[in-house]
Design a protein around this ligand. Structure first.
Ligand code: NDP
Length: 436
């Protein structure tokens, strides 16, 4: 009897796995799922925001456990949080068995991974071993190679399907909201999307001569690698930061923007096969680029270990240790971010352009949760993705990128949780001069 019941549940979940998304749930299941325990791993800039935002949604997240390598960072966050059931723990998430023990003890419905990309696979393994749903904001990177690709995490597809659990990859802002914006454009405005330019501007000033807005090691690895974009069925590779142009950002104006390779390009090109070109642009100030060039020239951005007084050290890890921590940048941070998607394609055989974006002020996010806007724009979508999973609005068995899920319930709530968005349909197109 029990075996049959289990078989039925597994088939039910597998059927859902075959659907791109599904929203229905019985009311009994809904009530059970509405009160969820959440385990957050990582107590940095983003972990702080996820913890605050889960605590704000206490009608859904009835119990929250924040775990990280350095537990005192969890304590500092816990002090600022008002939630009746908030606890902390120490965990080394590189050790799957430690994560399994934590999950078995706390029994969460979902694990939100906002540690570093290096921990993605060990945490996914722990979720598989315990049958718990998983969500992250950055795709896996091997620590000793500056390379990110979805192949390692997509390889978990069958195992997650068989276990009847869901993994959502890259549910921050970029990747994350940018994929959801694109899915929303396709669902409501286009028959085919042909051109996608994701544009990311931080027009803020934190007052430090040089600092990165999220983990310095991951950030510098991302920026110093070759630029890459998709065009005409092929990936084009260019020298780092060699292609740049001014782009006009709402409420900010023209800012020099650099073509980078960014992970959502890989999944969007796979899931939206009509794309003829997909690119990602990010702003950097001249001051930032100069510092980066100097650091590169003197070897400080290298990930090759060197011998220092008989000890092996990785220059980039040492650099991270002396740079300001992203979580510490919020105070006195002025200005705003603007991240969005410029899209061109066709609707009813006519050309159409679409621009969808969010602007976010550093000072506002600092006032609300003590964080700068980069951490905030990452942490809010991570919490919201988890909320949609545990309440059954997003469900399925397997490994998903966000553009495979229904964008509507997400975008209906994004503004309520602090990230209002705007759209411009058939207005002037920022990249018009570059079309075929
Ligand atoms: P931080 O460096 O501020 O925080 C990382 C946290 O992870 C720290 O608390 C760190 O602990 C913890 N950690 C590191 N290794 C382990 C481990 N082995 N076990 C347990 N905890 C560990 O980074 P951010 O908060 O800025 O970034 C967090 C994640 O968010 C990163 O993966 C980043 O790439 C991603 N991100 C995604 C964005 C998006 O839009 N999609 C944008 C920005 C960031 P300790 O304090 O001991 O070092």
């Amino acid at each position: 009897m029990l075996k049959n019941e289990l078989g039925r549940i597994i088939s039910f979940l597998l059927i859902f796995a075959a659907q791109p998304y599904c929203e229905s749930k019985t009311s009994t299941q809904q009530v059970k799922l509405d009160m969820a325990k959440v385990l957050i791993i990582g107590a940095g800039g983003v972990g702080n925001v996820v913890a605050h935002k889960c605590a704000q949604a206490k009608e859904t997240f009835s119990e929250i456990l924040l775990a990280s390598r350095t537990e005192k960072k969890c304590h500092a966050i816990a002090k600022a949080i008002a939630h009746p059931n908030f606890s902390t723990a120490q965990v080394d998430a590189d050790q799957t068995r430690e994560v399994i023990a934590l999950i078995k003890d706390f029994q969460p419905s979902i694990v939100i991974n906002v540690a570093l990309p290096y921990q993605d696979l060990s945490i996914m393994d722990a979720c598989l071993a315990t049958g718990v749903n998983y969500l992250d904001t950055a795709n896996y990177e091997p620590p000793n190679e500056a390379k990110f690709e979805y192949k390692w995490q997509w390889a978990y597809q069958e195992r997650f399907q068989q276990a009847g659990i869901m993994a959502i990859l890259g549910c921050g802002f970029d990747p994350g909201v940018t994929g959801i914006f694109t899915a929303y454009a396709l669902k409501h405005y286009f028959d085919e999307i042909h051109y996608l330019d994701i544009i990311d501007c931080n027009a803020g000033d934190h007052g430090h001569p040089f600092a990165t807005n999220f983990n310095p090691e991951i950030n510098i690895r991302e920026i110093t690698q070759k630029g890459r974009y998709y065009e005409k069925d092929d990936w084009v590779e260019v020298a780092p930061l060699s292609i740049h142009r001014p782009i006009d950002y709402p409420e900010i104006g023209l800012r020099e923007s650099y073509l980078l390779y960014h992970e959502e390009l890989e999944s969007l090109v796979k899931h939206i096969p009509t794309l003829k070109r997909a690119r990602f642009w990010m702003t950097f100030s001249e001051n930032y680029i100069t510092h980066l060039q100097v650091l590169q020239n003197v070897g400080m951005t290298s990930i090759e270990p060197i011998d220092y007084h008989g000890q092996k050290i990785v220059p980039l890890q040492f650099l991270k240790a002396v740079l300001p921590q992203p979580a510490s940048l919020g105070e006195n941070y002025q200005g705003q971010t603007s991240i969005g998607c410029h899209i061109q394609g066709i609707k009813d055989n006519k050309a159409r352009t679409y621009y969808i974006y969010n602007n976010c002020h550093h000072a506002d996010t600092y006032r609300e949760v003590g964080a700068q806007a980069i951490s905030y724009t990452t942490g809010v979508p991570a919490m919201l993705g988890a909320l949609l999973m545990v309440t059954g609005k997003w469900q399925g068995a397997g490994v998903f990128n966000v553009e495979q899920l229904d964008p509507d319930p997400f975008l209906q709530k994004l503004g309520t949780y602090g990230l209002p968005w705007h759209e411009l349909v058939d207005q002037s197109y920022a990249f018009a001069s570059e079309q075929e």
